[in-house]
Design a protein around this ligand. Structure first.
Ligand SMILES: Cc1cc2nc3c(=O)[nH]c(=O)nc-3n(C[C@H](O)[C@H](O)[C@H](O)COP(=O)(O)OP(=O)(O)OC[C@H]3O[C@@H](n4cnc5c(N)ncnc54)[C@H](O)[C@@H]3O)c2cc1C
Length: 410
């Protein structure tokens, strides 16, 4: 038997985005606000990131997570840990399972804040045996920082993104020698100083233009086979490999609720008020677009709270999904990816874009049916896979009958 309850706002996911949304909603008197977190502690990814660099003051991940949890609890949010949302029994009716059994929770608004996950080795289609010693960064960090497990002696890290360097730090903390960072890209996707400090200071070679083509070993990993960009084969002996980066939104729950997804981000499609196409269902944080800094996720959560409150107070829900907002190559995707003509993004929200190529001081161009709506120069270099932001100042110029809005380079 499922216990049945009704509340005002149900936030699914207790990471920075969900906690920030819930905290703000409780502070503005949005009624009963509850966060469900499937792990034993709330805080999301920062819980197991022991390096500094979180929030405005660059504190460690666990310190940052604790502050967010304290702020939410202090505002009157019910934070329930060890509880997973498993499915939907109606438009705003969520089934859960946790230490106290099965529940069915009906809410006036549901906020999806389920974060993102790294694609594991299987999803990356790397051939070879299935030995022990293969991790994603998240699995590695949990093993090192939360469970204090023994990892191995010599590792290869696949990727050269910020998260790959976080994996490098976790391996060193666990006493594991790092044989190399290996990336298919032609250059690291972090700033020069960070790349140089790993290569020169820590003497970890970076193999660019290189692909892992096979995992070797029975029982335990014994090495990886490589192919360099010029076709040369290679191999590295190691007992540990960490697949890093390549994040995808954790959108299973959204999919089960038939919440439409965006083909670019692969997360729920939302408009500038973080509304999905399902009435009463909002989405925030990395579930919308994979990994951004924790502060950006928390900022989205806080911004979405404004829209959730308006909805609780009876604001109209758009009758249609709105106009599509599309990214033009080399831009990969944009979020929000829908817009309601004449309605600017809620305060604190902005358009987030990801580029496939490194760009030097690019000009972003917003067009609709060939008509230029806005131009904005980004006054810096943006590395491949890096993020760009665009305000929604131009949304008032969008023609409701003009079709898709495109954001590309000028
Ligand atoms: C290795 C690594 C290093 C990073 N380093 C930094 C850094 O130095 N500085 C920085 O600012 N950012 C960093 N980030 C990014 C930052 O951690 C994330 O952007 C931030 O945590 C995103 O917040 P979120 O709330 O969207 O998602 P998450 O933090 O992923 O939280 C989502 C939560 O939802 C829960 N959940 C999912 N599905 C369900 C369900 N069905 N039921 C109940 N609960 C569910 C998950 O357990 C999780 O706790 C790093 C990320 C990684 C992976």
């Amino acid at each position: 038997m499922r216990r049945q309850r009704a509340i005002d706002v149900l936030v699914i996911g207790g990471g920075p985005a969900g906690l920030a949304a819930a905290g703000r909603l409780a502070r503005v008197g949005a009624g009963t606000v509850e966060v469900l977190e499937r792990e034993g502690r709330a805080g999301g990814v920062p819980r197991h990131c022991h390096h500094r660099g979180f929030g405005r003051w660059g504190v460690t991940g666990p310190q940052y997570a604790d502050r967010l949890v304290e702020a939410a609890l202090g505002a009157g949010v019910a934070v329930r840990t060890g509880v997973s949302a498993t499915g939907w029994a109606g438009a705003l009716v969520v089934d859960t399972t946790g230490p106290h059994g099965l529940e069915r929770i009906t809410a006036r608004a549901v906020v999806l804040a389920t974060g993102a996950r790294e694609r594991p080795r299987a999803a990356r289609l790397v051939p070879g045996t299935r030995p022990a010693g293969v991790y994603t960064t998240g699995e590695l960090q949990q093993a090192v920082h939360l469970h204090h497990q023994r990892i191995g002696t010599r590792a290869v890290v696949v990727g050269a993104e910020p998260v790959s360097y976080a994996a490098l730090a976790a391996l060193r903390r666990a006493g594991v020698e790092v044989a190399a960072l290996v990336t298919e890209e032609t250059r690291p996707q972090v700033g020069r100083a960070r790349a140089a400090s790993a290569r020169l200071g820590r003497r970890v070679p970076l193999l660019t233009g290189t692909t892992i083509v096979e995992l070797l070993g029975r029982g335990r990993l014994s090495g990886v086979r490589l192919r360099h960009a010029d076709g040369r084969p290679g191999a590295i002996a190691c007992d540990t490999v960490v697949f890093t980066g390549d994040f995808v939104p954790e959108q299973e729950l959204a999919r089960r609720g038939r919440v439409p997804l965006d083909s670019g981000t692969r997360g729920p499609a939302v408009d500038g008020a973080f509304r999905t196409a399902a009435r009463g269902v909002f989405a925030v944080g990395n579930v919308l677009h994979a990994v951004e800094p924790a502060r950006a996720a928390a900022r989205e959560g806080a911004a979405a709270a404004v829209a959730v409150r308006r909805h609780l107070e009876g604001a109209d829900w758009p009758a249609s999904a709105g106009l599509p907002v599309e990214a033009v190559a080399p831009l990969r995707w944009v979020a929000p990816n829908r817009l309601v003509p004449g309605e600017p993004p809620v305060p604190g929200a902005r358009f987030l874009l990801r580029t496939a190529e490194t760009l030097v001081r690019p000009v972003l161009l917003v067009t609709q049916g060939g008509r230029c709506l806005h131009r904005a120069r980004v006054p810096r270099r943006v590395l491949a896979n890096g993020s760009l932001h665009l305000s929604g100042a131009w949304v008032g110029l969008v023609d409701a009958a003009g079709g898709a809005v495109r954001i590309g380079l000028g």
